[in-house]
Ligand binder design. Structure first.
Ligand SMILES: C[S@@+](CC[C@H](N)C(=O)[O-])C[C@H]1O[C@@H](n2cnc3c(N)ncnc32)[C@H](O)[C@@H]1O
Length: 352
């Protein structure tokens, strides 16, 4: 490529970066309108799609073309159909459905991100639910709670396999996922490793939604719900405590408090697992950095933090860091593993 062509390519790419939100909005609208659900029932022509979804003809062709170009639809002589990716991730009831996260991105995050410049200057959160505990506020409305939990499931659905692999779980008999939402990660762990007794520690308001979800996943009775406030109530005793996408919601001091409390709850030889889109101390990672801006916009004291910060908090709580790795997830999460040193007199983890 000569210098003129390279300059042109860089200019076009930069200008397109400035409008990258358009691609996201096309996907948001397709999910909100139920386009992929409609096409899950079979191929449909443009007119039928317009009619079924109530679309205006001035926009529908460009909308469908954009989805074709994004690889989410296919077209042949009979009309439009879902691509394999859309069929797998964008149709409701598909096991890997990502619509929950896409709806929250469209309906909550998108508006909040429009205040990024202001937030960069004043450091203040911009979400309407960013009070002392935004989750409590959210759970006052059951539909909002369900929407948020579907979002969490979609994002943390990618975490389970990495958590299974990051630790020799045969050494442990139980775990509690602290702030484990409606139990999606806990269900993945007990399903993959049936010797484990699982638990979720969560705000009590989530219990009915947890019960409902466990029944849906077929894990009723295999994961126990513990209702409480992790800053106030003692954490349940278990061999392993997990904090996933939890520490980043809080200030550094509150993160330290949570790890101090975890140290009290696990036996000597027990472990704590912390996963978040932690920032790297070396090469910056785009997805962790974007997750960091998102959590800072959405919560009063939250932010992403470095792996080194997390090692420091775990060490200060009394844990010994024994491992850690990046997971292949939406925010390129890092999972840090830290163990409570064994002493001769201390009780040991309950063996399976
Ligand atoms: C960002 S979500 C993370 C959910 C899940 N661990 C994951 O990886 O997706 C944070 C969770 O912490 C829970 N939470 C917030 N404050 C809490 C508190 N004070 N006590 C117990 N749970 C709390 C919320 O209800 C929410 O489910």
């Amino acid at each position: 490529m000569n210098a003129t062509a390279a300059r042109l390519a860089d200019g076009v790419a930069t200008a397109r970066l400035g409008t990258a939100y358009r691609k996201a909005k096309v996907l948001h609208s397709a999910v909100e309108l139920g386009l992929f659900d409609l096409l899950a029932a079979g191929t449909a022509g443009e007119e039928r799609i317009r009619e079924r979804l109530g679309l205006h003809p001035r926009l529908s062709r460009a909308f469908l073309d954009a989805l074709l170009a994004l690889g989410l639809l296919r077209r042949d002589g009979h009309g439009y159909r879902n691509s394999a990716v859309a069929a797998r991730f964008l149709v409701q009831d598909a096991p890997g459905y990502l619509g929950g996260a896409i709806r929250v991105a469209s309906q909550r995050h998108y508006e909040v991100w429009s205040h990024l410049t202001e937030a960069l200057r004043d450091g203040a959160p911009k979400a309407p639910t960013s009070g002392a505990n935004p989750f409590r506020q959210l759970y006052e409305n059951v539909d909002a709670a369900r929407g948020f939990l579907a979002h969490m499931d979609a994002i943390n659905g990618f975490v389970g396999p990495g958590l299974v692999d990051c630790l020799d779980w045969s050494r442990f008999g139980s775990f509690v996922d602290v702030g484990g939402a409606r139990g999606n990660v806990a269900a993945q762990l007990v399903t993959a490793m049936p010797h484990l007794r699982g638990g979720v520690f969560e705000l009590a308001a989530l219990e009915p939604l947890f019960d409902e979800y466990m029944a849906q996943l077929g894990t009723t009775g295999r994961v126990t719900f513990h209702g409480g406030d992790f800053f106030v109530d003692p954490l349940p005793h278990a061999d392993v405590l997990i904090f996933g996408h939890v520490l980043h919601d809080w200030s550094p001091q509150e993160r330290q408090t949570l790890l101090d409390r975890a140290f009290e709850a696990v036996p000597a030889g027990g472990a704590v697992l912390v996963y978040d889109p932690m920032l790297d101390d070396g090469e910056p990672d785009l997805h962790s950095a974007l997750a960091g801006l998102n959590v800072a916009l959405m919560t009063a004291g939250g932010s992403e933090y470095t792996v080194e910060d997390c090692r420091g908090w775990a060490g200060k709580a009394g844990f010994r860091v024994t491992g850690g790795q990046r997971l292949y997830t939406v925010g390129n999460d890092y999972v840090l593993i830290a163990e409570k040193p064994e002493t001769d007199e201390a009780p040991k983890p309950t063996k399976p």
